[in-house]
Design a protein around this ligand. Sequence first.
Ligand code: GLA
Length: 674
Amino acid sequence: MAVLFQKIPTLLHGGDYNPDQWLDRPDILEEDIRMMKKAGVNTATVGVFSWSALEPEEGVFHFDWLHKIMDKLYENGIYTVLATPTGARPAWMDEKYPSVLRVEHDGRRNHHSGRHNHCMSSSEYRAQVEKIDTKLAKEFGNHPGLILWHISNELSGECYCDNCKKRFQEYLREKYHNDIEELNKQWWTSFWSRHFNSFDQIEPPYDNGEHSILGLNLDWKRFNSWNMKDYMVFERKILKKYTPDIPVTSNFMKLFEQLDYADLAKELDIVSWDGYPRWNNDYETVADTAAELSFDHAVMRGLKKDKPFMLMESTPSLVNWNTYNKIKCPGILRASSIQTIGCGSDTIQYFQWRKGRGAAEQFHGAVVDHLGRDDTRVFKEVSEVGELLKKLSPVTGSKVCSKAAILFDWSNRWAIKDMQGMAQDTKNYEKEVLKFYKVHLQSGINADIVFPLENLSAYSLVVLPMCYTMSEEVGAWIKEYVKNGGTVVATYLTAYVNENTLAYLGGFPGAGLGEVFGMYAEELDTLYPNDSNSVLMKKGFTAPVKDYCELIKLTGAEVLGTYQSDFYAGMPAATVHSYGKGKAYYLGTRMKESDLIRFFTPIWKDSCIEKVDMTEGVEYLKRTAEDGSTFDFYVNYTANPVMVTLVKDGVDLLTGKSVSGEVVVEPFNGVVVK
Ligand code: GLA
């Protein structure tokens, strides 16, 4: 079984714990332990942002407090996720080594401030990090309570200092084989006299600098992500040198734009992330918010498909950084915790255990309020989660096994955003990927998120939404998949440009995919928000479409649907083509979710993917253990009891009762059938 931690082979419950903010209050630290046990907490993430408590002056280390805390936690059955404190720097460092401070897009160096404000390339910063991480690894590496290293915190940001500029130039030199003309060709620098004579002439895209070379913009994004990974690997290596057996993670932020997590995750042992959905907002249903959370979980699960992931942070009640900081209504924590486990997480962890008294996050939600009591609504709901996680412990280590997958690619995301064309307001790449996920979710199908070039052998269907930028290599990967019997559904905007944003010649989709799809898109029409068109599908329904319509010409594909208005009425809008042993569908326009479900229904059937009819507001998720036993999760995200027809009879882990046929799922609650 792929349990994450042999020392504690069960679901984890806990979160960020900042005892360093309470070192003058031993009574409170005592009380924390009592309350953690009461809430069913078995893990605490300690040390995030503790640098000034650990090294108050350069070279002066205070580890006693941390020893005491970790010992105490361990004696009480609570394991430690130990963070390197490198997310925020002490003042002494910035005073003495200004090169550690980040330089902004306009070329100005920041002052000492906040957190995540370092130059990842600064050798002075890295020297300080090496010193503290080495000390920590040596000091605590053998502690019996230590289960996981947590590198820094939510790595993020970009630095535009001269040092980073030089590293960018080196990165490009390597990528383009030290051949500046190769770069000029890929970046199409004959445009507007942008030709470079040497790598030394290239600058980052400063606010008041170069932005017209799309290849440069994209390579800068890639460089920044690579540089962050390089930094993360730097920390990882230090920890691994002294504690090779302690796994390493770094907490991600769902589809965070700046970092290609698919690339970073390869360097981590466990994927973890921080989830803060806007529950109970005024623009969507709770079930819609939950569907987005489900998607975010699927993205994180997709980063390491061979094991569960961790929900490292979530708020037990509210956050303090939204425009409106609404509290989570009763039951949401329970429902979302069951859902989170159903999506493949083996942990429910919070930010934060106890509210601090001051500074920026004093009113951020926590398990323990300023009130300090264990009979608050939030404390009781957290304790309830503690109880239900114990009941769900048989799920530990099992996996979500999907037959359907949806491709997501960070480079594509960056390139689409920067592409000059279409409509800036409606490109919506991320939203479209989410839409395809929801189409599956609403049909009771667990879909995985996949990333370019990964092994697709587990999937009978791969959806390729808006794959605008695509290398020949990725094109060949898709071609091979279809040739061997896979089914793909691609959309408008497939393979317009290569990985450096050079347009393909001879018809889109490029990257060698024309023969796979048996069609080409001659034009792309961008619709105004009030424009309308529709597609008459051969399956007998008419689907209104919006935003984008590609005008498709056939080179062998069969037409599945045609446009109904405008001068392109009667032209193909959706096609299918057999290629090798597989099938390649092409959808040249944007449909709404309900019509996509109709579009996909025969495709799922053809791909042996079972559709499960779910009542609205109920999410169905499934995990499978190594011995083949399954866990069916039904989560009710509505305020009413809902009747569901079970996919399989069994025992509900949450009640311990046998269930069969139809069962009632209570409001904001779940049924988990083993
Ligand atoms: C992030 C950070 C935490 C905290 C929370 C507040 O996830 O990692 O340190 O700031 O946000 O929501």
